[in-house]
Design a protein around this ligand. Structure first.
Ligand code: HEM
Length: 538
């Protein structure tokens, strides 16, 4: 085994021993014992029973029996590519992140995905798309784990199992694979109205992209950047495709999905192989880091909100180029493990309650998906920065750790280099003031408006785009079995726009609800006081 090999694209394809070629003059067992036959089991006579002593047969079948690992609980279907990111240096006044400095080139691995279908589902369905980027920076790994839609269904991660249970196929029949054409999804989004904005984006042309190469990407949450003077700024990350944003029309997506369910992964791989390398510019919307964390009346901690680019333009800070296909789907695309908590100095998080839950969830799921706690050692997940941790042993440990004192302080392994040079390169959390308050299960009042942003989105659409949205709601709601669910969704549409509601109602053959003013108030989780609970402190 030699040192890890880094290809021209910067991809780490493992040590020589790990890159197992399929070739050579003879086959062997996993132990290197040479085989002369792998086509026949060992038998007592040509027509006799197979012998249990046939180790090669047992090894071959046993290994095969364990070839599959669990698919991701969400974003199971994906396609990925290697490439590099080049900083413009334009973010230097707001972040000290080394990979964003001018002309610094950083290897990356990007995985695109659908959210709800299983690993073998079609690429072309109406769904949100994942856009996850792993930057192998000199300061450690930074993962930007985003989507192609700038808002999310929920404001608090505790609702994630609910929205995913509602969006995944029905538990009884396991249909449909496509996101939206079923009762549970529409039941949830009509009862949990903070999902209205994301759902509207899904029903727009953004829900059926033409190509991964022609999608925007969004970090969604607000992040906190820190510069080398320890000044902080709030930002939202955006990926802008050089090829522009393009979608399919619904009928086109149906045909493409039938003719070629691998439409998007084939498009990505073929383009890269042909040398038509897709590119995205990374940009940031910038907001002052005020105590309220609001901008123009928009709560920056509410991931169901966007900040319109008219109010905060996107400033380009670097360029992403994808120029190499994975050489092994399982080793790279399937085993890659992103985590929103993989951060580098200069990029910190905010208290977005959706982000907080993600910081817990990804590592947790990967321990089960990738068989234990050592998946950071897999070639695709290995950082390109030196590692000196005190993590030891565990399932699938491949490192041969040296030394006897994986603890600190110690007096045996030369003490511990703890904090040496920490001021230089260490990740130090910004010591932001934590707002004082009582422990409550409650959202802030600024999270309560679920309809003005969807309305603004609808009003920004062209006539053709509106027709597509009306057709999408009519088709998807038309697939619901429960009349009450259709009617409840019409109430949500009435709150977005009366014309949208009227047209979809007509398509469904149902009466449109009256004017939004006559509609009952939107239900929200009750505050404790509404439950009749009081405390001596009240
Ligand atoms: C996977 C994006 C919210 C849990 C993913 C992936 C993306 C993504 C792109 C696929 C990564 C890959 O290609 O391997 C987002 C975005 C969110 C969000 C943009 C909101 C802004 C959440 C929340 C939770 C969650 C709130 C849980 C509390 C997961 C899990 C996986 C996943 C468990 C599978 C990870 C794996 O198996 O490696 N997410 N997600 N996500 N997400 Fe999220």
């Amino acid at each position: 085994s030699g040192p890890a090999t880094v290809t021209p694209t910067g991809q780490d394809s493992g040590t020589a021993a790990e890159r197992v070629a399929q070739g050579g003059p003879y086959l062997t067992t996993a132990q290197g014992n040479r085989l002369y036959d792998t086509d026949h089991s060992l038998k007592a006579g040509a027509r006799g029973p197979i012998l249990l002593q046939d180790h090669h047969l047992r090894e071959k079948i046993t290994h095969f029996d364990h070839e599959r690992i669990p698919e991701r609980v969400v974003h199971a279907r994906g396609a990925a590519a290697h490439g590099y990111f080049k900083g413009y240096g334009t973010a230097g006044n707001i972040t000290k992140a080394a990979f964003l400095a001018k002309d610094v080139t950083t290897p990356v691995f990007v995985r695109f995905s659908t959210v709800l279908g299983s690993r073998g589902s079609a690429d072309t369905v109406r769904d949100t798309r994942g856009f996850a980027t792993k930057f192998y920076t000199s300061e450690g790994t930074f993962d930007l784990v985003g989507n192609n839609i700038p808002v999310f269904f929920i404001q608090d991660a505790i609702k994630f199992p609910d929205i995913i249970h509602a969006g995944k196929p029905h538990p009884d029949r396991e249909i449909p694979q496509a996101q939206s054409a079923h009762d549970t999804f529409w039941d949830f989004v009509s009862l949990h109205t903070e999902a209205t904005h994301h759902t509207l984006w899904n029903m727009s042309d953004r829900g059926i992209p033409r190509s991964y190469r022609m999608m925007e990407g969004f970090g969604i949450h607000t992040f906190r950047l820190v510069n080398d003077r320890d000044e902080t700024t709030l930002v939202k990350f955006h990926w802008k495709p050089k090829l522009g944003i393009h979608s399919q029309v619904w009928e086109e997506a149906q045909l493409a999905g039938g003719v070629d369910p691998d439409f998007h992964r084939r498009d990505l791989a073929d383009a890269i192989e042909a040398g038509a390398y897709p590119q995205w510019e990374l940009g940031v919307q910038i907001f002052p880091d005020t105590e309220e964390q609001m901008f123009e009346g928009i709560d920056l901690l509410d991931s169901t909100n966007i900040v319109p680019e008219e109010l905060a333009p996107v400033h380009p800070i670097g360029l992403l180029t994808l120029n190499a296909n994975p050489s092994n789907y399982f080793a790279e695309t399937e085993q890659v493990a992103f985590h929103p908590g993989h951060l580098v100095p200069g990029i910190d998080i905010t208290d977005d309650p959706l982000l907080a839950g993600r910081l817990f969830s990804y590592l947790d799921t990967q321990i089960s998906r990738l068989g234990g706690p050592n998946f950071a050692q897999l070639p695709i997940n290995r950082t390109h920065a030196p590692v000196n941790d005190m993590l030891r042993d565990g399932m699938h440990q491949t490192a041969v750790h040296q030394g006897v004192a994986p603890y600190r302080p110690n007096s045996l392994d030369g003490g511990c280099p703890f904090l040496a040079g920490a001021g230089e390169g260490a990740y130090i959390e910004v010591p932001v003031e934590v707002p004082a308050g009582r422990k409550v299960r409650q959202a802030p009042e600024t999270f309560a408006d679920h309809f003005s942003q969807p309305r603004r989105f609808w009003l920004s659409m062209s006539a053709v785009e509106r027709e597509h949205i009306i057709a999408a709601y009519t088709f998807e709601l038309g697939k619901c079995y429960e009349q009450a669910i259709k009617e409840r969704n019409l109430l949500s549409l009435a709150r977005i726009d009366p014309e949208l509601c009227r047209r979809v109602a007509a398509g469904l053959g149902l009466p449109a609800p009256q004017s939004p003013d006559d509609l009952p108030a939107v239900s929200a989780s009750p505050a404790l006081s509404q439950l009749g609970k009081t405390w001596p402190l009240d």
